[in-house]
Write a protein that binds this ligand. Structure first.
Ligand SMILES: Nc1nc2c(ncn2[C@@H]2O[C@H](COP(=O)(O)OP(=O)(O)OP(=O)(O)O)[C@@H](O)[C@H]2O)c(=O)[nH]1
Length: 384
């Protein structure tokens, strides 16, 4: 082992208890080297490609980070933190899971207002074609999302009718009345899961078969259950499609991605679904994102959380210095360009706002790259 990797070894043991051989490249050269490496296939390799789809802010990136056990996708309380597909990789024994976190599904006006890449819908469709399983995420604390599946999502599901799809009901921690989850499940599945009718018997009696263990863990204190009828549905499921829910989900998961509740069950389910096919990445891979993108997207995420509504959507970043020292620590200088009217707001009184942005970005980046990071950000007005 070389000196830097020996130090990384001891740092990993000190911070994470065990040596973690997974890594995110810290320079473009390391990134390229990893891309060009031959992929070592394990005996009896299995793979599952999972697309995570949903409206903005439902918690897709939070879930991806929990599933791969690494902060690879930016999370913020504002919409459109994720602006293009982010890939996260998880490996267990001979099984590799590839997760594709897609940008929140929106209409054309939204794309223009939030300065999104207009190709993202095409990218999203392409990633669904490649996926083995499509997971649709809904935010059960959002009144609109829990009463109807988004039209764009229904269209995508119809286009990929032959693929297995799961419904993930997220943010269950925010539901005041836990039994509401049963009605939401009923609505968003059109009352059918895995080809069987879900039927409410009466207010207090539901028999549970949807993701039993998970449900019990989350709702031990509620007395209500889901009732499945044992028999198959009568007739053609397409007849049941009501433009509100999707009657072809194979499973429903009820989770709190933020609190890592129910995520283990989802991961185990996906591991069991993996098919015999070659791995796409080496065993130590975490994400395919370029180091530069990780830096910029992290700073953007912190700005989304800390700055007023429209400001973060008007920022452009340029990395002007990037150095990796002998012991594996990064020194980074970034220019942040903004409309001149926002410059003093971003800097804040006595530089307090930009200092907070730097401190918080640095903390997240240390966790992403798992090394010490020195970060400087210069706030500059856009040249007219
Ligand atoms: N209470 C609660 N909040 C959550 C949960 N999952 C995510 N959040 C919060 O929801 C917000 C949005 O989460 P993200 O993971 O960025 O959502 P996203 O779907 O990737 O958002 P876009 O990038 O806009 O598509 C953040 O403030 C998260 O902390 C959850 O299970 N419970």
């Amino acid at each position: 082992m070389t000196m830097p990797s020996l130090l990384q070894y001891f740092r990993s043991i000190r911070k994470y208890g065990t040596y973690n051989s997974r890594q995110i490249p810290k320079t473009h050269a390391e990134y390229k080297q990893l891309q060009e490496q031959e992929i070592k296939q394990p005996d009896e390799a299995k793979l599952l490609r999972v697309a995570i789809v949903g409206c903005p802010n439902v918690g897709k990136s939070t879930l991806l980070n929990q599933l791969v056990d690494w902060n690879v996708s930016s999370v913020s309380s504002k919409v459109h933190t994720t602006r293009s597909n982010v890939i996260g990789v998880y490996v267990k024994d001979n099984i590799q899971l590839e997760f594709i976190d897609t940008p929140g599904l929106v209409n054309r006006q939204h794309i223009i207002r939030h300065k999104l890449n207009p190709n993202f819908v095409t990218e999203l469709k392409e990633s669904l074609i490649k996926a083995d399983i499509i997971t649709i995420m809904a935010d059960v604390s959002n009144r609109r999302e829990r009463t109807k599946l988004n039209r764009g999502i229904l269209d995508l599901l119809r286009e990929n009718r032959d693929k297995e799809s799961l419904l993930i009901l997220n943010k269950v921690d925010r539901l005041q009345k836990k039994q509401e989850i049963l009605d939401i499940t009923h609505t968003l599945t059109s009352g059918i899961v895995d080809g069987k009718n879900i039927r409410k018997l009466d207010d207090f009696e539901y028999k549970l078969e949807i993701n039993n263990r998970n449900f019990e863990k989350l709702f031990r204190k509620t007395e209500k259950y889901l009732k499945y009828r044992d028999n198959e549905t009568n007739g053609d499921i397409e007849q049941i499609e009501d433009n509100i829910g999707w009657p072809n989900f194979s499973q429903v998961f009820m989770i709190s991605a933020l609190h890592d509740d129910g995520v283990d069950d989802l991961r185990s389910f996906l591991l069991n679904k993996a098919k015999p096919q070659p791995w796409l990445y080496n065993a130590d891979a975490v994400t395919t994102q370029k180091p530069k993108n990780l830096i910029i997207e992290t700073i953007r995420q912190i700005c989304l959380d800390l700055l007023r509504q429209e400001i973060p959507y008007n920022l452009y970043f340029q990395i002007v210095m990037w150095e990796l020292d002998d012991v594996g620590n990064l020194f980074i200088v970034v220019d942040m360009f903004c409309p001149s009217k926002f410059q003093s707001l971003i800097i804040g009184p006595k530089g307090s706002t930009i200092s907070t942005i730097v401190r918080k970005s640095r903390d997240v980046l240390c966790d992403v790259f798992r090394c010490d990071i020195s970060l400087k950000i210069a706030v500059k007005a856009n040249k007219k």
